[in-house]
Design a protein around this ligand. Structure first.
Ligand code: SF4
Length: 720
C-alpha cells in the first residue's frame, strides 16, 4: 500500500510548526519532519510529535452524548442536535436572544471562528459571544491597537529576531511554551546580539540571557517605567524619531520621570545597577526589540504594562524600522486569527469594530442581513461565564475547557453547573464537557482542512490528512445543521474553503484584510502575512488569485497583480489616523491583590513543556503524562524552610477564592516571596482555583499572573 504524506501544521500553539502526516498501513499516523516550512525548519516539541495519539479510537469521542436522568449517554446526531435546537428556541422565546451565550476558542480555525461569530449574531441574534483567547493575549492586543492602530502579534517575521541587536523578552518562557522558537534567541546571541529576559523565575529561557531581571510578580509596569526614566536621564532617546513618527511623548515622559530608579528598585526588587545595565544593553545597538507574553499581559493593568514596554521602543526609535519593534508572542494555535474574525465580543470579521456603522454595513451586506439587526458588543469571557445561570440561560461552547482554564475556576464550575442548558463541541470529554447536557464529538486538525494565523500574522493552510472516524462531524457541519434547525437554511456551508471565500469578502478593506489570500496561494506559498488585499479589479482577482498557480506559464503575467502579503508592518507609517505611533502616558499602580498578613506569599502560574493549556488533550497522551504527570508548587528553599516543608511533600496553597494541593518542588530558580504552579490540571491541584478574576479595565483580561496566597502543610504526598 502506498502511503501519502500530507504537509500540514501542529494543532497546538501559535508557532504552528510545519509537519508531515503520513497514515501508516497498519493504522495510526506518523509525524515526520517538514523542513520546507521556514519557522520551525523541521523541529517539533514533544506535543507536536505526539499529537496523533489523540486520533486513535478510544481516546476521543465518537458518538454524541445526551444527558438523561443525570447521566451522559450515547445518542444519535439527530437526537443531540434536536435537543440543542429545541433548548435554544425555548430559551430565546422565554428570555430573549441575549439569554443565549456562545463561548469559542483560540484553537478554532479561522473558518470556524468566523462561522461561530456569524452563527451567534445572525442565527441566535445574541450579543453574548466571546472566547478563551480573551484570557491569552487581549492586553497586548489592546495596547497594540492604542499605540500602533493595529494589533498583529508580531509585526515582523521571527526570522528578523536573530538579526536585531538586542531583545528584551518579558514574561515569556519559550523553552517550555514553544521550544523550536528558542533557536531564534540562540542565533541572536551567536550573531553577537544580547538577550535580556524579564521573569520572576530563572527559567530555562532566562538561563540563556545575558541579563536576567527577576522582578516581583505584578511589577512589570514599574520596571518598564524605571527603564524609560533612565533612558531619558541618560540622554538615550531618539528625538528626531519621536518628533517625526510619534505623538504623546511629553505626557509619557512626564509620567516616566516620576519613577526614579531607587523607587523602582523598591517596588520591583531589581537593583539600580541592573536597571542601568539593561538600558545600556538595550540602547547600544542600532536595532532592538521588545517581546512580551503572558507575564506582563495577564495582569489587571496589563494594557498599561504592555503600553509602557512599547514606550521603550518608541522613545528609542525602535518601532516601524527594520529589525526593530514591539511584538507579542501569542500563545494559542489560532489565538491571532481567532481574534480577527468575529468570535470576540466586540468584533466583526477583518478585525472590524462591531460599533463602527460602516463595518456593520459591510459585513451585514456579505451576510445578507440588515445592519440594524446585528447585536452590539457583549460581555467579555470571564463576565460571560460569570453570568451563566442568571442572565445567560443556555450556552454553546466550542473548543474550550474553562473548568480548568478560567480564573476562580471553582466559581466558574458552579456557574456552568447552574446554567439551564450547556452544549459542548469537543474532541474529548473534557472537564467542561462532563458538565454538559449535550456533547457533540467533532473532527480534529488532521481530519479537516482550514486556515490558522500564526503569532507572526502568517496565514497558514492546515490540510486534511486522513478521514474522520464514523460518528464524528466537523464544527462547520454542526453550525450548518443547527442553523437549519433554527430556520436559517443558507449561509453556513460545511466546506471550509467555501467559508474562507466568504471570510475573504467579509474581511476586505478591514484592518485584517485577507481578501487576496486563497487556499491555492496558501498551498503554494507556505503562508501569507496579512494584510493581503485582493487586486483592486475584481476580474483580475478572479483570474489571478484563484485560477493561476505559480507553475502555470500565466503566473508571471498575473503575479504582479497579487499582493505579496505584509511580513513587516509600519515601516512607512503606523496604522493610526495620523500615521504616528502613540505613547501611553501611564503610571505605576499595584496589582489587584497585594500580599498581607493573611495571604503573605505571591502566586504566579504558567505552563510546562509537556502539557498544553487546560491539558484536555495532552493529559490523554501517555508520553506527555509520563513527562509531566501532575501539578506542583515551586518554591525557594528559604520559603520551604520557613514553612517546614520538604521536597515532594504535599502543601495546600490557599487564596481568597479557593485551595489547591500539590507537592513541593524546591528550586533556587524562584524568588523567595513567590510560588509557581503550572495550570494544566483539574481537581485538587487546579491552580486556577486560586487565581484572581480582577479584570484589566481596557482588555477585560483577568489577572492570572499574580495573586496573594498562604501556604499550609498538609502532610503526605498527593496522588497523581
Ligand atoms: Fe506544536 Fe507549538 Fe510544539 Fe511547535 S512548539 S510542535 S506548534 S506545540
Amino acid at each position: 500500500m502506498q502511503t501519502v504524506s500530507t504537509p500540514t501544521h501542529c494543532p497546538y500553539c501559535a508557532l504552528q510548526c510545519g509537519m508531515n502526516l503520513t497514515p501508516l498501513p497498519e493504522g495510526g499516523v506518523e509525524v515526520t519532519e517538514r523542513t520546507d516550512f521556514p519557522v520551525n525548519r523541521g523541529a517539533l516539541c514533544s506535543k507536536g510529535r505526539t499529537a496523533p495519539a489523540l486520533l486513535a479510537p478510544g481516546v476521543r469521542l465518537t458518538s454524541p452524548l445526551v444527558r438523561s436522568e443525570g447521566v451522559l449517554v450515547p445518542a444519535t446526531w439527530d437526537e443531540a442536535l434536536g435537543r440543542i435546537a429545541g433548548e435554544i428556541s425555548r430559551t430565546r422565546a422565554e428570555h430573549g436572544p441575549d439569554a443565549l451565550g456562545v463561548f469559542g476558542g483560540g484553537g478554532l480555525t479561522n473558518e470556524k471562528a468566523y462561522a461561530l461569530g456569524k452563527f451567534a449574531r445572525v442565527v441566535l441574534g445574541t450579543s453574548q459571544i466571546d472566547y478563551n483567547g480573551r484570557f491569552c493575549m487581549s492586553s497586548a492586543a489592546a495596547a497594540g491597537m492604542r499605540a500602533f492602530g493595529l494589533d498583529r502579534g508580531l509585526p515582523f517575521p521571527l526570522e528578523d529576531v536573530p538579526r536585531t541587536g538586542c531583545v528584551i523578552l518579558v514574561g515569556s518562557n519559550l523553552a517550555e511554551t514553544m521550544p523550536p522558537a528558542l533557536r531564534y534567541l540562540t542565533e541572536l546571541k551567536e550573531n553577537g546580539g544580547t538577550l535580556i529576559v524579564v521573569d520572576p523565575r530563572r527559567t530555562r529561557t532566562a538561563e540563556q540571557a545575558d541579563l536576567h531581571l527577576a522582578p516581583r510578580p505584578g511589577t512589570d509596569l514599574a520596571l518598564a517605567l524605571g527603564l524609560l526614566h533612565l533612558i531619558v536621564a541618560e540622554g538615550r532617546t531618539d528625538e528626531a524619531y519621536i518628533r517625526e513618527r510619534t505623538s504623546g511623548w511629553e505626557d509619557a515622559r512626564a509620567a516616566a520621570m516620576a519613577h526614579w530608579p531607587e523607587y523602582v528598585e523598591r517596588i520591583t526588587g531589581v537593583s539600580v545597577p541592573q536597571l542601568r545595565e539593561a538600558v545600556r544593553l538595550f540602547c547600544a545597538p542600532q536595532a532592538a526589540m521588545v517581546l512580551t507574553a503572558r507575564g506582563p499581559e495577564q495582569q489587571s493593568q496589563g494594557t498599561d504594562t504592555v503600553g509602557a514596554w512599547i514606550n521603550l521602543c518608541l522613545a528609542t526609535g525602535r518601532a516601524g524600522r527594520p529589525l526593530s519593534g514591539y511584538g507579542c508572542l501569542t500563545g494559542q494555535g489560532n489565538g491571532q486569527g481567532g481574534r480577527e474574525h468575529g468570535q470576540k465580543a466586540d468584533q466583526l470579521p477583518g478585525y472590524r469594530k462591531l460599533t463602527d456603522p460602516a463595518a456593520r454595513r459591510h459585513v451585514a451586506e456579505v451576510w445578507g442581513v440588515d445592519p440594524d439587526a446585528l447585536p452590539g458588543p457583549g460581555r467579555s469571557a470571564y463576565e460571560l461565564l460569570d453570568a451563566l445561570g442568571t442572565d445567560i440561560r443556555a450556552l454553546l461552547l466550542m473548543g474550550s475547557n474553562p473548568v480548568v482554564s478560567a480564573p476562580r475556576a471553582a466559581h466558574i464550575e458552579d456557574r456552568l453547573r447552574s446554567v439551564g442548558f450547556l452544549a459542548v463541541c469537543d474532541v474529548v470529554l473534557s472537564e467542561t464537557a462532563q458538565l454538559a447536557d449535550v456533547v457533540l464529538p467533532v473532527t480534529q486538525w488532521a481530519e479537516e482542512t482550514g486556515t490558522t494565523t500564526s503569532l507572526e500574522g502568517r496565514v497558514l493552510l492546515r490540510r486534511r490528512a486522513l478521514p474522520a472516524p464514523p460518528g464524528v462531524r466537523s464544527d462547520l457541519e454542526v453550525l450548518h445543521e443547527l442553523a437549519a434547525r433554527l430556520g436559517v437554511e443558507k449561509g453556513f456551508p460545511t466546506d471550509p474553503e467555501e467559508v474562507f471565500e466568504e471570510l475573504r469578502r467579509a474581511s476586505a478593506g478591514g484592518p485584517a484584510d485577507y481578501s487576496g489570500i486563497t487556499y491555492r496561494r496558501l498551498a503554494e506559498e507556505n503562508g501569507l502575512f496579512w494584510p493581503c488585499p485582493a487586486p483592486a479589479d475584481a476580474q483580475e482577482c478572479e483570474d489571478a488569485s484563484l485560477d493561476v498557480l505559480p507553475d502555470d506559464p500565466a503566473y508571471d503575467e498575473a503575479a504582479p497583480v497579487l499582493h505579496p502579503g505584509s511580513p513587516r508592518l509600519f515601516l512607512d507609517r503606523f496604522a493610526t489616523e495620523d500615521g504616528r505611533a502613540r505613547f501611553a502616558a501611564v503610571s505605576y499602580r499595584g496589582v489587584a491583590e497585594e500580599p498581607d498578613d493573611a495571604y503573605p506569599v505571591l502566586l504566579t502560574t504558567g505552563r510546562v513543556v509537556a502539557q498544553y493549556q487546560s491539558g484536555a488533550q495532552t493529559r490523554r497522551v501517555e508520553e506527555l503524562n509520563a513527562a509531566a504527570p501532575g501539578p506542583y508548587v515551586e518554591m525557594h528553599p528559604r520559603l520551604a524552610e520557613r514553612l517546614g516543608a520538604s521536597d515532594g511533600e504535599a502543601v495546600a496553597v490557599v487564596s481568597r477564592r479557593g485551595r489547591a494541593v500539590a507537592p513541593v518542588r524546591i528550586s533556587r530558580a524562584i524568588r523567595p516571596d513567590t510560588v509557581f504552579m503550572p495550570f494544566h490540571w483539574p481537581g485538587e491541584g487546579r491552580a486556577n482555583s486560586l487565581t484572581n478574576p480582577a479584570l484589566d479595565p481596557t482588555s477585560r483580561m483577568p489577572e492570572f499572573k499574580v495573586c496573594a496566597v498562604r501556604l499550609e502543610r498538609v502532610g503526605g504526598v498527593p496522588s497523581q
